[in-house]
Design a protein around this ligand. Structure first.
Ligand SMILES: Cc1ncc(C[n+]2csc(CCOP(=O)(O)OP(=O)(O)O)c2C)c(N)n1
Ligand SMILES: CC(=O)[C@@H](O)[C@H](O)COP(=O)(O)O
Ligand SMILES: [Mg+2]
Length: 638
């Protein structure tokens, strides 16, 4: 057990010999526990240096070694669910010396990524895709290939996982699903499935008998079939794997997921079993690092350790960071719930990240963590709205993609009073493209009945959340990961006019129409260009009266959004301008139509021209392209 995160690279002589799993498979089995110790210590050191996902990887150190030891990876396919637990996998598959580049621009992705390694068989990041992908690989491969999906108890709560289990059983294809049950999602895992798993683990009779039989089994593999027949006779008494058995899987478990010998022997047996197999292992999230075992929520992810101070110096007065947008939402939620008992808040397993811990504690009867079930979260809200409640769905932009049909079919078409608080809108930095909220303005803007707000700062976020909540119909407010520019937040909540923008500065020739939090860099660019600057506030409905006025009095309109340009807020303005008799040149700035890899958020924005300098430069290039003689405006002269 480690209780400190090593700040110097630990001595790992055995691990240093493993540059690929073939070298791992050449080790005598008795050396595997030592390898696990070294791998765990190296993982602690690396994540201490870089930050990133932490507890989940510690929990699968033994499993990762056993899987690569028994399966002929990458020929045999190993598909990880979510993928936040794959740092040990990356270390063992040739990337040990690249780990200090984790989640940095140009460095390793924090999730499996096909372009990064042949051992990363499937790109993940969103949960519950592993069984589907693994089955697809199995059906698309020669029979002799073995395919394994590793899915957590949290990811197993998503409907998609059961869609895949259902089909896998139908096909009867040989495959293994390893259910890594640590009783944790990011928060504690919730729901009937979690309770069911807990009952299995608590069934002492089952465990002692199975433990006993497995002890025999592990040394006499041939007895495996005999014991299974024996077990059939007692199955009536004990129902640990019933759920999966009834779905057509052969259930094996629960197994101690940190017992290397059991894992190796059981996987060796299972590798040769025909048909769909499910191995249920029990692990501890954060295993081997005391503080993470004690606080698996807090150690789900880790910021990189501050370098140890050479000498104790008073920390310089650094600018106090403002609150995170998630906490502005959480505060608004509690304040509004105190005023309106019809408010019910829903999160699909992202309580902490959505800023809802306080709300959950203060209003437990009006708080629903529905587990990893975004589709259900949205339609649950629709059902609540049918009964006159005022549900608020707190959801990351990227995860809302999973509940889009429900947003269309169950909320927008029925014009139900559901408020969507959409966090992580825009680029999210180190989590990369699987987690970026790049598309929500595009996929929501086309829905009838929706109103969509894009606040530009912390106070606007609070006021627009209040306004959207008061609106009697489907309403969305999208805001980014992290903190804002640090404006004063008015406690008083005011209902703002829907579809009305606010002019920030009057200029000439160029008018910048900013949608959301890029208003800060836009302000700098506008001042340098002498341009008009507008905080549009609403993507839908647009402030058409103002757009007309600006189009009549400026030579170039510029839209700005941290959403894909394709179909985004700027496209809404373009569609509106197309109706005018006198056209006006329009420049749409936003996320380009390409995958933007992981890296520091501000650096990524600068690279795509969405920092102040880039915005100004893109506008100047457009002015030049218009031909300065056609452009009499002041901006051309600067
Ligand atoms: C569709 C989707 N929703 C939410 C998340 C956020 N998320 C990342 S990890 C995680 C918990 C996963 O729990 P589990 O599968 O049990 O893995 P563990 O962290 O316990 O190893 C969640 C909710 C996600 N990645 N994908
Ligand atoms: C793996 C996963 O999907 C979550 O852990 C996600 O990375 C959380 O993102 P935030 O750090 O923005 O809450
Ligand atoms: Mg879990």
């Amino acid at each position: 057990m480690f209780d400190q995160i090593p700040r110097q690279r630990p001595h790992t002589p055995l691990l240093d010999q493993i540059d690929d799993p073939a070298q791992l498979r050449a080790l005598p089995e008795k050396q595997l526990p030592q390898l696990a110790t070294e791998l765990r210590e190296y993982l602690l050191y690396c994540v201490g240096q870089t930050g990133g996902h932490f507890g989940a990887g510690l929990g699968v150190v033994e499993l990762t070694i056993a899987l690569h030891y028994i399966y002929n990876t990458p020929e045999d396919r190993l598909v990880w669910d979510v993928g936040h637990q794959t740092y040990p996998h990356k270390i063992l598959t040739g990337r040990r010396e690249q780990m200090l580049s984790m989640r940095q621009q140009g460095g390793l992705s924090g999730f499996p990524k096909r372009s990064e390694s042949p051992y990363d068989t499937f790109g993940v990041g969103h949960s519950s895709t592993s069984i589907s992908a693994a089955l697809g690989m199995a059906l698309g491969s020669p029979d002799e290939r073995r395919v394994v999906a590793v899915i957590g108890d949290g990811a197993m709560t998503a409907g998609m996982a059961f869609e895949a289990l259902n089909h896998a059983a139908h096909t009867g294809r040989d495959m293994l699903v390893v259910l890594n049950d640590n009783r944790m999602s990011i928060s504690k895992n919730v729901g009937g499935l979690a309770t069911y798993f807990a009952r299995i683990l608590a069934s002492k009779t089952y465990l002692s008998m199975r433990e006993g039989s497995r002890k025999i089994l592990s040394v006499i593999p041939k007895a495996w079939q005999l014991a299974r027949r024996t077990e059939e006779h007692v199955k009536g008494m004990i129902t640990p794997g019933t759920l999966f058995e009834e779905l057509g899987f052969n259930y094996v478990g629960p197994l101690d997921g940190h017992n290397m010998q059991d894992l190796v022997h059981t996987l060796r047996n299972l590798r040769n079993q025909r048909g769909p197999q499910l191995l249920h292992i029990v692990t501890t999230k954060g295993k081997g690092f005391g503080p993470a075992e004690e606080d698996p929520v807090g150690y789900h992810a880790l910021n990189k350790l501050e370098p140890e101070p050479k000498v104790q110096v008073a920390a310089p007065e650094t600018k106090k960071k403002g609150p995170k947008y998630q906490d502005i939402f959480g505060q608004w939620l509690c304040d509004t719930a105190a005023l309106d008992d019809k408010l019910i808040a829903i999160t699909p397993a992202m309580c902490e990240g959505s800023g809802m811990v306080d709300f959950a504690e203060r209003f437990p009867e009006r708080y629903h963590d529905v587990a990893i079930a975004e589709q259900h979260a949205v339609t649950l809200a629709a059902g609540l709205a049918c009964e006159g409640q005022k549900p608020v769905v707190a959801i990351y932009s990227t995860f809302l993609q999973r509940g889009y049909d429900q947003m269309v079919h169950d909320v927008a078409i029925q014009n139900l009073d559901v408020t969507f608080a959409i966090d992580r809108a825009g680029l999210v930095g180190e989590d990369g493209p699987t987690h970026a909220g790049s598309f929500d303005l595009t996929f929501m803007r086309c829905l009838p009945n929706m109103v969509i707000a894009a606040p530009s700062d912390e106070n606007e976020c609070r006021q627009l959340l209040y306004t959207a909540y008061q609106h009697k119909g489907p309403a969305a407010v999208r805001y980014p990961r992290g903190t804002g520019p640090g404006v004063e937040i008015k406690q008083e909540m005011t209902e703002l006019p829907i579809g009305k923008a606010r002019v920030i500065r009057e200029g000439a020739s160029v008018a910048i129409l900013s949608f959301g939090t890029l208003l800060a860099p836009a302000r700098e660019a506008a001042e340098r260009l002498g341009a008009t600057l507008v905080d549009m506030r609403w993507v839908k409905p647009l402030d058409e009266e103002l757009i007309n006025r600006l189009a009549d009095s400026h030579e170039l309109l510029v839209t700005l959004e941290e959403n894909t340009i394709a179909g985004g807020a700027g496209s809404a303005v373009a569609e509106y301008l197309n109706q005018r008799i006198r056209p006006v040149p329009l420049l749409q700035l936003g996320l380009p139509d390409k995958i933007i890899e992981h890296g520091k958020h501000q650096k990524l924005l600068a690279e795509i021209g969405l920092d102040a300098k880039g915005i100004e430069e893109q506008i100047r290039r457009r002015i030049e392209a218009m031909g300065n003689n056609n452009f009499n405006g002041q901006a051309a002269a600067i």
